[in-house]
Each structure stands twice: as structure tokens, then as C-alpha cells.
Design a protein around this ligand. Structure first.
Ligand code: P6P
Length: 336
């Protein structure tokens, strides 16, 4: 029986060695998931390089299209989307991909691939031009259709609890890869001079409580009454408001220091703004593995079965006790 402490490796371990050591813990692992994680890390290094040079290469600003979300695609959105899809297709382990930047699911042609990936190639891209941290968010499932057949929508239509791995890349003051395979959360910092991700945050745990919240206060009067009540309590208790406007950056800070990120329903986004399949599921898996929680206000995020590729959900995610508090307020509304 593999114990949790078997997965804690020393800070300074390179990602490749970390992945290999973890694979050794699973006698039946055949290495495909390990290779898939390496493929994602490789694409992350390439996107990181593009982002760091964006201002010099005239690849900031709008691409000139809107994606299915009706959002202006940034040039780097398109570049990141191409890079990750190419890396996943060429890696051979993935039979299908759902991307925020693609209207429909992508059949990679790798019919022998055992996995499917849902990805937001570059979240928060409106911040690119103002040099604010942005991120990539990914979610990995084992396909449910037979290996050797074409990928289907049903391969993706799975509960969040079925994820085999999820994670994010944060392109910030340093670039980090944070992921889980269901045995805790580990963070790797990119060392450009080596071209390597190095374990810097082993076995990450989210504080159960904090005095910090992340929400777009500009939508305050759109929020459900119970959310306004929660936010009023935060202010009465002199909590700190920390909102970067980039989900991965806000989530990462809350993972390290504690806090709650809220994106409630608004007039503009009555179902919430964030996407279930390649944002909420992925970060909810990380949050729970680190001791946090994630809900849409009524349900555990990981218990929600997707009904469409780009389905949106309200999202309340972060420190366990803070999420429980807002869930109880919102449940009272349902019970009344
Ligand atoms: P608003 C970026 O577009 C994003 O998806 C998240 O990264 C971020 O937390 C949120 O939307 C910001 O949305 O409506 O507050 O600008």
C-alpha cells in the first residue's frame, strides 16, 4: 500500500526525476501519464519563453478574433493554444483535447492514446499587455471509450473526481508548475538557465483559514444577497481584499497563504464566468488535495458532471473553513 509520505521528495528534485520516482510507486504504471506530464511541462517552457519576449516580438494585443466565449483572443492565447495542442498531439498519449480556444473537441488522431486533456492554454490573457501574471490550467482524464477507437464527447463528460491529474502553470515573477496526481500537491519552479522545473514547494497544504478574499468588488450589487452578506462580514472583520484579475495568480496566493476566491453569478454571467471543465474541475482537485474546498455554492465542484464543453459555473474555492462558511450561507437560501 503506497503511503502519502512515500510521495514527499526533497526540495531541489528535478521534475523528470520526481515524475519517475512517483511512477515507481505504481508497479502497474506503464509510463504514459508520466510522459503526458512531461509533454505539458515542455509546452509550458515554450509558452513561458514566448510570454517573456512578448513585448519585443509584437505578439501582445488582440489576435483579431473572438473565441466561443465571445472574448477577444489575444495573440498569445492563440500561440499558447497551438503550442499545447501540438505538444499533446506529438506526445502521442492523448486521444482528445478540449481547449478554451477551440469551439469543438479536438481529435488528435492518437487512437491508442489512453488520456484526454481539458485545457485553458492561457488564462487571464487580458493581463498580458500590462505584464500581470497569467496561467495555464489543465485537467487529465483516462478515456472511457475503447483504446483504438476515435475519441468521443463521453470521454470528457466525467465527474471531476475522475481526474487522474490536474494542475496549472503560473507565468509570474517566476514560472511555476503546480500539479497533483491524487497524492498531494507539489510545486516546481522553472530555472531558465537549466531549462528545468525544480521541486520548490513539496507537499503543499492550503491553510484552513485566512483573512483574505479575492473577488471583483465591481460586481458587488449583482451578487446574491448571501454573497454580499459574506463580503460585508469580511470587511467588518478587516480582511484584506486581494484580487489580481488572473485566476491562477489569485488561486496560487490563496494556496500558499490561505484565502478564498469567489466568482459568483452576475448579471453579465448568470451561470458564473469560469468554465467547469478546464478551470473549476482542475483547480478544485488541487484545492482538495491541499486540504481546501471548492463549490459552486450548492455542490462540490468535483461532483458536477459536465453537460457541455464550455459550461460555466459559479466558483467559491480556497481555505476549507472559508468555503464552508459561504456554503452554509448559500444553503440557507436554498433551504428557505
Ligand atoms: P473579471 C480571466 O479572464 C478570468 O477568467 C480569470 O482569470 C479571472 O479571475 C477572471 O476572469 C476575472 O474576471 O470579470 O473580474 O474581470
Amino acid at each position: 500500500m503506497t503511503r502519502h509520505e512515500d510521495f514527499v521528495l526533497p526540495v531541489g528534485t528535478a521534475l523528470d526525476r520526481f515524475i519517475s520516482r512517483h511512477q515507481e510507486q505504481f508497479p502497474y504504471a506503464t509510463g504514459e501519464l508520466s510522459q503526458l506530464l512531461r509533454d505539458i511541462a515542455l509546452a509550458g517552457k515554450i509558452v513561458n519563453r514566448e510570454i517573456n519576449r512578448a513585448g519585443l516580438l509584437n505578439i501582445t494585443g488582440n489576435f483579431g478574433n473572438q473565441n466561443i466565449q465571445g472574448e477577444e483572443q489575444q495573440k498569445l492565447d492563440v500561440i499558447a493554444n497551438v503550442r499545447f495542442i501540438r505538444a499533446l498531439r506529438n506526445g502521442g498519449e492523448v486521444c482528445g483535447i478540449i481547449s478554451e480556444e477551440e469551439d469543438e473537441l479536438i481529435d488528435t488522431g492518437n487512437m491508442e492514446g489512453k488520456y484526454v486533456v481539458a485545457i485553458d492554454p492561457l488564462d487571464g490573457s487580458s493581463n498580458i499587455d500590462v505584464n500581470v501574471s497569467i496561467g495555464t490550467i489543465f485537467s487529465i482524464y483516462r478515456r472511457t471509450s475503447p483504446v483504438g477507437t476515435p475519441v468521443t464527447w463521453q470521454d470528457f463528460q466525467q465527474y471531476g473526481t475522475k481526474q487522474v491529474a490536474s494542475g496549472y502553470l503560473l507565468y509570474g515573477s517566476s514560472t511555476m508548475l503546480v500539479y497533483t496526481t491524487g497524492h498531494g500537491v507539489n510545486g516546481f519552479t522553472y530555472e531558465p538557465s537549466l531549462g528545468e522545473f525544480i521541486l520548490s514547494h513539496a507537499d503543499m497544504k492550503m491553510p484552513k483559514d485566512a483573512k483574505s478574499y479575492s473577488v471583483n468588488e465591481g460586481n458587488y450589487y449583482d451578487f446574491p444577497e448571501e454573497v454580499r452578506e459574506y463580503l460585508d462580514n469580511c470587511k467588518k472583520n478587516r480582511f484584506s481584499a486581494r484580487y489580481i484579475g488572473s485566476l491562477v495568480a489569485d488561486f496560487h496566493r490563496n494556496l500558499l497563504k490561505g484565502g478564498i476566491y469567489l466568482y459568483p453569478p452576475t448579471q453579465k454571467a448568470p451561470e458564473g464566468k469560469l468554465r467547469l471543465m478546464y478551470e473549476a474541475h482542475a483547480l478544485a482537485f488541487i484545492a482538495e488535495q491541499a486540504g481546501g474546498k471548492a463549490t459552486d455554492g450548492k455542490r462540490r465542484i468535483l461532483d458536477i458532471l459536465p453537460s457541455s464543453l464550455h459550461q460555466r459555473v459559479p466558483l467559491y474555492i480556497g481555505s476549507e473553513n472559508m468555503v464552508i462558511e459561504i456554503m452554509e450561507l448559500l444553503k440557507e437560501k436554498v433551504l428557505v
